[in-house]
Design a protein around this ligand. Structure first.
Ligand SMILES: Nc1ncnc2c1ncn2[C@@H]1O[C@H](COP(=O)(O)OP(=O)(O)OP(=O)(O)O)[C@@H](O)[C@H]1O
Ligand SMILES: CC(=O)N[C@H]1[C@@H]2OC[C@@H](O2)[C@@H](O)[C@@H]1O[C@H](C)C(=O)O
Length: 363
């Protein structure tokens, strides 16, 4: 086993997770983890960017440096907390911060910020980033990438298993015994709930669904949200804030509805978007990871909508639900460092498996 570091800052824009993982490519053992929230000012600038606000080249470059610095800081923090020296770590896999994801059209791209030169130079460790664009250059969506890791760590099962990551966006990995893994984004996870809660409660997210539990699901609004054409598209598919943003939600709100009812309906919408896809497969076990697994309303509704499924978190199968995505990027760094593919063409739609990412040497 070799040590790799994974860094994830996802579409929820809540902050950065970093993990230290021992892996040989087949197994992955979590050795240490740490997290840092984004400063509110940084979070707001990232939200503006993701909303399509104009930005100057100067601001763009400064944001890239600021994020690269934040990634370097969290690695130094992780090393200090775990008592591991930089020389013991083979490489860092850094997802970066997605600021725009455009998988379709004539000029597809997926852009993650966070200067990995700074990360390599300041930590003295090889830093690998930009994991999505090789897959896109091969005609793929560049996302989701975690299904390959889910397959490695949770794929050895004799029963039907689906892993759902509920971050800003929710994505599933289908692990059917004896079959190659499939996976795709299924719709909003926490993204819409977070934005509504911020607007109406001033909190970054609806902790333990306290707000949503005060409301009632509005069935007309729910039905309207579920008519979004993207939801019915066949895989491969991926999405983000570019589609499921404030404007998308506001355009669908009825004139008279309480804020709590909207919150409750958004939780139900996320639960339905996930459950509708899961229900297409023979029943088995649904394992949740990502922050949405801490939302009791979402978990309860998933269980209710999928009565024949055993719904639990990935913790029950031995993989930390909060560390999963960052662990996947540590594993992706392992793949790249050893010249192994990181993508699953059946998932992303790329024409072939490929070695992903850009390698930044510290020397
Ligand atoms: N106790 C809780 N109650 C309700 N929601 C929670 C709780 N804890 C976390 N969450 C939700 O989880 C979100 C963070 O999830 P996560 O860290 O998986 O997102 P992410 O890293 O941005 O993921 P992705 O890249 O998959 O979008 C928060 O924004 C919040 O909506
Ligand atoms: C472009 C982008 O950052 N996509 C994220 C996002 O957050 C969840 C879902 O949408 C998934 O497709 C992806 O993240 C994980 C890490 C992935 O690539 O599997």
């Amino acid at each position: 086993m070799e040590l790799f570091i994974g860094i994830m800052s996802g579409t929820s824009l809540d902050g950065i997770d970093a993990v230290l993982v021992a892996t040989n490519g087949q197994q992955a053992e979590l050795k240490a983890s740490t997290s840092r929230p984004f400063a509110e000012n940084l979070r707001q600038r990232l939200l503006n960017l993701a909303a399509g606000h104009a930005i100057t080249a100067k601001q763009w470059g400064e944001l890239d440096t600021e994020l690269g610095q934040a990634y370097a800081d969290i690695v130094l923090q992780l090393l200090a907390e775990s008592g591991i020296s930089a020389t013991q770590v083979r490489a860092i896999g850094c997802h970066g911060q997605t600021v725009w994801h455009q998988p379709l059209g004539q000029l597809p791209f997926s852009l993650q910020l966070g200067d990995a030169n700074r990360l390599a130079a300041q930590t003295g460790i090889v830093a690998i980033n930009d994991f999505r664009r090789k897959d896109m250059a091969l005609g793929g969506q560049g996302a989701p990438l975690v299904p390959a890791f889910h397959q490695q760590v949770l794929g050895n099962t004799k029963h039907m298993r689906i892993v759902v990551n509920i971050g800003g966006i929710a994505n599933i990995t289908v692990l059917a015994p004896g079959q190659a893994a499939l996976g795709y984004d299924v719709g909003p996870g926490n993204m819409l709930m977070d934005l509504w809660c911020k607007q109406h409660r001033g909190q970054a997210f609806d902790k333990d669904a306290a707000f949503g539990l005060q409301g009632q699901v509005n069935s007309a609004l729910l039905a309207n949200l579920l008519t979004e054409p993207w939801l019915a598209l066949p895989a491969p598919k991926s999405t983000g804030r570019e589609l499921f943003d404030e404007a998308w939600l506001v355009a669908r709100l009825p004139a008279a509805i309480s804020a709590a009812d909207v919150q409750a309906t958004l939780a139900e919408f996320s639960a339905c978007a996930i459950a509708n896809e899961v229900a297409k497969w023979p029943a088995g076990e649904l394992l949740v990871c990502g922050g949405g697994g801490h939302n009791p309303l979402l978990m309860r509704r998933l269980s209710a909508l999928l009565p024949n499924w055993r719904v639990d978190t990935t913790n029950s199968a031995g993989v930390d639900m909060d560390a999963m995505e960052a662990m996947a990027f540590a594993w992706l760094a392992h793949q790249t460092w050893h010249g192994l593919p990181g993508n699953l063409p059946a998932v992303t739609g790329a024409s072939r498996p490929a070695i992903l990412g850009a390698i930044h040497l510290p020397g």
